[in-house]
Design a protein around this ligand. Structure first.
Ligand SMILES: [Zn+2]
Length: 174
């Protein structure tokens, strides 16, 4: 094993290293250090605290997206392991009045109505739930349309001749 003397790229002190290792590092374009400590410090990227925080934030986002299923299962299991039903009951009771007010708001009622419709459609018709809802909407729309009779009455175009005759008789034939 041949050994060569190198100058550490970090501390600048001479050190003896295996020639094969040194040659491989130089060929790859890597710096040569005296030991693990200098290599570690020498390869630091010297990022600011903000840069590190930003890097962690972005990493966390993709980590959570990638492991969403496992994290959710773990959290659910932890909750089941540690929950206290008595404590939860007390919290629910304390918040009940506020909750009732919350449910009475018109926007919540509209949301709940839509939610329930969807829920029932899914329960009853499975993967055809959207078709079912569309059909019900269509039926409601058709039923809300005026019939021909109603339209003609509105416009006064039903029994036109009879009407004219009666008007004429009312005005001139007394
Ligand atoms: Zn060194």
């Amino acid at each position: 094993m041949s050994v060569v003397e190198i100058t550490c790229a970090f501390c600048g002190l001479p050190a003896n290293k295996r020639a094969g290792d040194v040659n491989r590092s130089r060929k790859q374009g890597y710096a040569v250090y005296c030991g693990r400590k200098c290599a570690g410090i020498g390869r630091r990227q010297n990022k600011s605290a903000e840069e590190l925080k930003e890097r962690k934030r972005l990493y966390d986002i993709q980590y959570r997206a990638k492991n969403a299923q496992r994290l959710k299962a773990e959290k659910a299991a932890y909750y089941q392991r540690t929950r206290d039903p008595e404590k939860e009951r007390a919290i629910r009771k304390a918040k009940m009045a506020q909750h009732v007010e919350y449910c009475r708001r018109p926007e919540y009622r509209a949301y709940k109505k839509q939610y329930d419709r969807e829920y029932r459609a899914r329960m009853k018709f499975g993967s055809f739930w959207e078709s079912h809802m569309l059909l019900v909407d269509l039926e409601t729309e058709v039923n809300s349309q005026a019939s021909r009779y109603e339209v003609y009455m509105e416009k006064g175009t039903i029994n036109k001749m009879q009407k004219r005759k009666r008007d004429y008789e009312k005005s001139y034939c007394r």
